[in-house]
Design a protein around this ligand. Structure first.
Ligand code: GDP
Ligand code: MG
Length: 177
């Protein structure tokens, strides 16, 4: 007997410091393009990416872009409400953005009572190794300490590990339901 198709729509918030690649990430996965100039995101934007899992399951991810300004952290309660998944983004070449992952995760934890799956995208891995500011071991430790579901080395610029990160997050969210 063929199983009936399943379709879920899930709210996923994309958070992290300014200029780590959040808006580029959303544009890349939903529109397939890379924006090379940085315009600080004003307000909140949302775009949908459909992820197919198995034969008949589609998860529609509504990706919400918070914008990176510190001030936006104050908006977390309204912004995070009702989200089923969290993507935190940092920049592998800027240690401060990696350290800020803890703060972003804490903010999300304060707001969401039933903690949804949360993945970390360590972005800009295309940039030369000698300017990377954090080791694999440190990222593993951070992931454990912050109770993240996992982390991915990504390049939004070169489209590396973006699809797989969204597939993993989708699987985690479906299991979490
Ligand atoms: P946001 O503030 O987190 O939304 O960051 P943006 O998406 O505006 O990106 C900030 C800057 O980083 C832009 O100039 C992007 O082109 C650049 N950028 C984003 N992702 C990557 C990447 O994977 N590699 C490189 N080299 N640059 C990137
Ligand atoms: Mg932005």
């Amino acid at each position: 007997m063929a199983s009936s198709p399943l379709e879920y729509t899930k709210k996923v918030i994309v958070i992290g410091d300014s200029a780590v690649g959040k808006t580029s990430f959303i544009a890349r996965v939903t529109e397939g393009r890379f924006i090379s100039d940085h315009k600080a995101t004003i307000g909140v934007d949302c775009a949908v990416k459909s992820i197919k899992r198995g034969e008949s399951t589609t998860i529609r991810l509504a990706l919400w872009d918070i914008g990176g300004q510190e001030a936006f952290r104050g908006l977390m309660p309204q912004f995070a409400r009702g989200s089923s998944g969290i993507i935190i983004v940092c920049d592998v070449t800027r240690k401060a953005t990696v350290d800020a992952v803890r703060i972003w995760k804490n903010e999300a934890d304060k707001v969401l009572t039933k903690l949804p799956p949360c993945i970390l995208l360590v972005n800009k891995f295309d940039l030369p190794k000698h300017i990377h500011s954090v080791s694999i071991e440190e990222l593993d430790t951070l992931t454990e300490e912050c109770k993240l579901s996992g982390w991915f080395q990504t390049s939004v610029k070169e489209n590396v590990n973006l699809q797989v990160s969204l597939e993993d997050l989708s699987d985690l969210m479906v299991q979490f339901d």
